[in-house]
Design a protein. Structure first.
Ligand SMILES: [Zn+2]
Length: 218
């Protein structure tokens, strides 16, 4: 059995370092007490690598065709599209465990990317007239359903709803500054934010107040 001089304990299994103090173990290794488990991460990593390779190959093919045919540099849009996909996708993987939190982060990222695209393609305001309201509404509805189904602790749920509602305020500002010329999606989205917030404070008022006070250090 392996032995840690530091902690004066024997360690069963094939560890090379002490699980308590991380010092190098002495003595002979012995069969582990636990069966070896096939990791899910391996398969996921393989799929991610395949997806990444496909993205790189796609970019190379598009770049080459574009270079050979000359004309408009359309392949730049392909590169930007792939980059946006990986940004949103890696955020989902990185934050993946906490689905409501991931959703809220994705709203901000997707909205920001949409605005950048809109600016890059000559600003037709579709990002703030359609993408922002639709994404904001979508997440508001998904969060509410999710909270009902999975009994998300009401504290954190309140914070996510409030964060999403921040985008409602942004839309209100955009509406009043006249940047938004098609007001219907924004109005619907703002309305939904107001109704959801009202419901939250009417039915979960005490929870909501406590949670916000705690998080905002009021
Ligand atoms: Zn030790």
């Amino acid at each position: 059995m392996k032995y840690c001089e530091n902690c004066k304990i024997s360690v069963r299994g094939t560890y090379s370092h002490c699980p308590l103090c991380n010092a190098v173990l002495t003595g002979e290794a012995e069969e582990s007490a636990f069966p070896a488990l096939e990791s899910h991460h391996k398969r996921r990593k393989l799929w991610l690598s395949i997806l990444a390779l496909a993205s790189v190959a796609g970019c190379v093919v598009c770049g080459t065709i574009n270079f050979l045919l000359q004309g408009m540099p359309w392949s730049l849009f392909v590169f930007a599209g792939v980059a946006c996909f990986w940004l949103t996708f890696s955020l989902a993987i990185y934050k993946g465990r906490n689905i409501p939190k991931t959703l809220v982060w994705e709203v901000f990222l997707v909205s920001a990317l949409a605005v950048v695209w809109d600016l890059g393609t000559g600003w037709h305001a579709w990002s703030i007239e359609y993408v922002l309201p639709i994404v904001c509404m979508g997440v508001m509805v998904t969060l509410s359903i999710f909270a009902r189904l999975y009994r998300v602790p009401s504290g954190s749920f309140i914070v996510y709803i409030c964060l999403d509602a921040l985008l409602g305020i942004v839309q209100l500002v955009l509406l009043f500054t006249g940047l938004v010329e098609v007001p219907l999606p924004s109005l619907l989205s703002i309305g939904l934010c107001v109704v959801t917030l009202a419901a939250l404070f009417l039915f979960r008022g005490r929870n909501a107040k406590e949670e916000l006070r705690r998080r905002l250090h009021l």
